[in-house]
Design a protein around this ligand. Structure first.
Ligand SMILES: C[C@@H]1N[C@@H](C#Cc2ccccc2)[C@H](O)[C@@H]1O
Length: 438
């Protein structure tokens, strides 16, 4: 291997209790809320065709006009408890919430910049409201933090001159101070979700990213940080020059899902996903295809079946209310999870041959495999091929507990017979009680 000072300091998964809990979440919620929510993806009657939270980068929006939106931000009817209860009903186990996005506006009263919620008519500490409300509902909170900060005078995309480096040194201290502040003000925080770390300035700061990660973990032992924070001393991100993941989980699955288990390279990982095609902050007009509840449930099953977590993004309006489509998705996902969450929570990759009808998940530490069925064959027989080390003892519909008959086939395969005449109109789960083969 290539000798590295600032590459990965661990190979393989983190195996402590905090990470085991993270691994078992299955389903999470992302929330993007900030000044961009005021513009709603449009400006002076023209619609931005990029992601709404990036509207400040649109040539139609003068930076000076964007940057004073803090004077307008006043979600007077914002109710963090209502948010948390909607999330609880949906069945999410963790929240990732934007404390500061790329525009540099802080939803907490940071003492390291004036560009915070205190400079808005709202004034109150939104991060505290959200952290307290979600923690009270038993949902773990992770704080999203953008390293890239378009508002801060010392931010640099690259380090080309001595002046750049002097300014960026100030910026790195500012970043460390803000992160310290967040962890000390909100001690319930379970982890940090970093973004905005793709530019050369950060790629050239490998040693700093290493010391920053170690420092943050010294403040909060057990803190969970994904692979987007780090760079090694050669400018590699996510995985170091030896191909080893730098971070507690792989954070590259943004709006995309791995196809096979091989794609995740034995790492923990999460997939963060927008309901529209793209766009995380509120936009009056959603882009492209809007994912249905069934599609979001299938993506959840797909991620858990490959050993990851699925995190659905919500972009509330500037007043803190959610659009009706997001409310409907949350409600319908929650109704499905109420019946079927056994197949999602604390489950892992089963390692059985994928079949057309859907996805397998395996309950961690138990001889139970779940079939999450999305495509019912006209034959009414679902083919399974357990891994060689297990036999199936019993097959039961999770909802209603009806036992299903099975028919052995060649090569260790079987057919699970669905009840004749029963019509399935929603994705459903079959529980397989399995026994290890000695
Ligand atoms: C979690 C998501 N990451 C952010 C981004 C981005 C991005 C930046 C450049 C090219 C492609 C994607 C989005 O604004 C959102 O916060």
């Amino acid at each position: 291997p290539i000798p590295l000072q600032h590459g990965a300091h661990r190979t393989g998964k983190r195996m402590d209790a905090d990470m085991a809990k993270w691994r078992g979440y299955g389903l999470g919620q992302f929330i993007h809320w900030g000044l961009y929510s005021i513009l709603e993806g449009k400006y002076k009657g023209k619609y931005y065709n990029g992601a709404a939270e990036w509207i400040r980068s649109w040539k139609e929006v003068p930076n000076a006009e964007y940057d004073v939106l803090n004077k307008q931000f006043n979600p007077a009817t914002f109710n963090a408890t209502a948010w948390a209860k909607m999330a609880k009903q949906m069945g999410v186990k963790y929240l990732t919430f934007t404390t500061k996005h790329h525009d540099g506006f802080c939803l907490w009263p940071s003492k390291y910049t004036d560009y915070t919620i205190e400079s808005s008519p709202y004034k109150k500490d939104i991060v505290k409201e959200v952290v307290d409300a979600y923690t009270k509902e038993g949902i773990d909170v992770y704080l999203y933090f953008s390293i890239m900060d378009w508002h801060h005078p010392d931010w640099r995309y690259d380090l080309k001159t001595k002046e750049d480096s002097i300014a960026f040194d100030r910026f790195k201290l500012f970043t460390k101070n803000q992160l310290t502040e967040l962890l000390q003000r909100y001690p319930q925080t379970k982890g940090l979700w970093f973004d905005g770390t793709w530019d050369n300035s950060w790629k050239k700061s490998g040693a700093f990213t290493d010391s920053l990660e170690q420092y943050l973990k010294s403040l909060v032992p057990g803190l969970i940080i994904g692979s987007r924070l780090r760079a090694d001393e050669k400018g590699n991100r996510h995985v170091d020059a030896n191909g080893v993941l730098m971070g507690d989980y792989e954070q590259g699955w943004e709006r995309k899902i791995p196809k096979t288990y091989a794609d995740v390279h034995g790492n923990d990982w999460d997939c963060v996903m927008t309901i529209p095609e793209n766009g995380w902050g509120y936009a009056e007009k959603w882009m492209g295809h809007w994912k249905t509840t069934n599609e979001l449930i299938e993506m959840t099953a797909q991620c858990v079946s490959l050993g990851g977590n699925f995190v659905v993004n919500f972009g509330p309006k500037a007043d803190g209310s959610f659009r009706k489509e997001e409310i409907a998705n949350a409600k319908e996902i929650g109704e499905w999870m109420k019946i079927n969450s056994d197949a999602i929570y604390n489950c892992e990759y089963a390692g059985w041959e994928k079949q057309d009808w859907g996805y397998y998940t395996k309950k961690r530490g138990e001889d139970k495999v779940y079939m999450i069925v999305f495509n019912v064959p006209l034959s009414g027989s679902l083919k399974i091929k357990p891994s060689a080390n297990y036999v199936v003892e019993k097959a039961t519909l999770l909802e209603g507990k009806q036992q299903l008959s099975t028919e052995k086939l060649d090569y260790g395969a079987s057919f699970i017979q669905l009840p004749k005449g029963k019509t399935f109109v929603k994705p459903f789960v079959i529980v397989l009680d399995i026994k290890p083969v000695k």
